[in-house]
Design a protein around this ligand. Structure first.
Ligand SMILES: C[S@@+](CC[C@H](N)C(=O)[O-])C[C@H]1O[C@@H](n2cnc3c(N)ncnc32)[C@H](O)[C@@H]1O
Length: 376
């Protein structure tokens, strides 16, 4: 049968529940399990939630060292952030499925989740693969984090939801100890997918570079390394900082754009992020006499998929429409959209999102005439 197509995965993501359109809806079994695993009082969770928000969403300019040892902080993260980052694996596998080589997995897919925390990624992976379409595959997932409290929560959630976790392992490891990480990776290689979600920003810059170089060595032949970060300037600066290591490690960008190493320094803030304004408001979590409500319903992230086999998502679109040049839409300035990697611009009063794909032709006076517009 082979790995499901991107269209099939899109249907699983968006049409699982009737009339969901293009909205992500957190499955009931996940929200119920979150509710059951919480340990702190509502007021402690609300206080921890304010602290986390300042740390994670504030405009920081250097590595953050958020501690996830306190149970109220773990509770707050589980309620506030996990429901959105839960969809990261769905998006990754959907994007990868556009390139058949990158999803040419064996029957067991080996996934490493670095800085795994309370398990947004592992829950998302198991949720996706619990769909019958993936019956031919099993997932061997290893979650690594230095916070035992976060890993305990992750285990509790997986258990509560009732996912089969015979192939789930978690390991407490300080990832800034590069020698230990190296030993760990050697013991467990190779990996089909390595995911680092909302984690790189927590490391010092020199560790970020050593880690990327190391991880690239332990990917399987068509394996992918995925880095997701919040769309903040600091995260974009990091991607630019580590761009040389990424390149020297033989990795190329599959999606969205290769901007980190082709952009001029003035464009340092241009690294593409994706902004899905489409998460259904998550139901209030009712406990004791109060309820806790999620503040934000947006899924915003910079997400870059790297591989060692020089694949670009643009190939898929080129195969379908070889008569067009294909590019990825970057930021908008005064009605002008820039497209990468050509760095040409076009004017439109129609809304395009960062990361959208356009198939275009050059007009008579050198203009970009967009013929096809695709949104993933
Ligand atoms: C913002 S959370 C992200 C959790 C999860 N990946 C997600 O997207 O929801 C960052 C995680 O990185 C972990 N972390 C930070 N520094 C670490 C280190 N040096 N070694 C291992 N884990 C680390 C923290 O304990 C925390 O669980």
């Amino acid at each position: 049968m082979g790995f499901p197509s991107a269209d099939i995965i899109n249907n699983i993501i968006f049409n699982k529940h009737l009339n969901s359109g293009r909205r992500f809806i957190l499955p009931d079994n996940i929200s119920q399990s979150i509710e059951k695993c919480l340990e702190s009082s509502n007021s402690d969770i609300n206080n921890a939630s304010h602290v986390l928000k300042d740390q994670l969403r504030g405009n920081y300019s250097s590595s953050k060292h958020t501690e996830y040892t306190n149970v109220a902080v773990v509770d707050a993260y589980t309620i506030e952030y996990l429901p959105r980052y839960f969809f990261i694996p769905h998006i990754i596998f959907r994007d990868l499925a556009l390139c058949r080589e990158l999803v040419g997995f064996g029957i067991t897919i080996r996934i490493l989740d670095m800085g795994s925390g309370t398990g947004a990624v592992s829950l998302g992976v198991y949720d996706l693969f619990s769909n019958d379409t993936f019956n031919d595959y099993s997932v061997d997932l290893v979650a690594v984090d230095k916070s035992e409290a976060a890993l305990t929560r992750q285990f509790c959630l997986i258990n509560q939801v009732g996912f089969r976790y015979d192939l789930f392992h978690c390991e407490a490891l300080d990832i800034s100890d590069i020698d230990k990480v190296s030993q760990f990776l050697k013991r467990n290689k190779p990996w089909d997918i390595i995911i680092s979600a909302n984690f790189i920003v927590e490391l010092d810059v020199h560790i970020q570079k050593s880690l990327i170089a190391l991880l690239s060595r332990y990917l399987s032949e068509f394996g992918s390394l995925v880095i997701c970060e919040p769309p903040q300037d600091y995260a974009k600066i990091i991607i630019h900082n580590i761009a040389d290591v990424i390149k020297d490690s033989g990795l190329t960008v599959y999606y969205p754009c290769s901007a980190p190493w082709s952009c001029k320094p003035k464009k340092v803030k241009c690294w593409i992020w994706r902004d899905y304004d489409i998460i259904d408001p998550i139901k209030p979590i009712s406990r004791e006499d109060e309820s806790i409500e999620l503040n934000s319903t947006k899924l915003q992230m910079s997400l870059v998929i790297l591989n060692k086999c020089n694949k670009s998502i643009l190939e898929f679109f080129k195969n379908n429409r070889p008569d067009l040049t294909w590019s990825i839409v970057s930021p908008k300035f005064g009605g002008f959209y820039e497209i990468c990697p050509s760095h040409k611009t076009f004017y439109s009063d129609k809304p395009y999102n960062r990361g959208d794909l356009v198939g275009w032709r050059e007009g008579s006076n050198g203009t970009v005439d967009v013929v096809v517009h695709e949104r993933l």
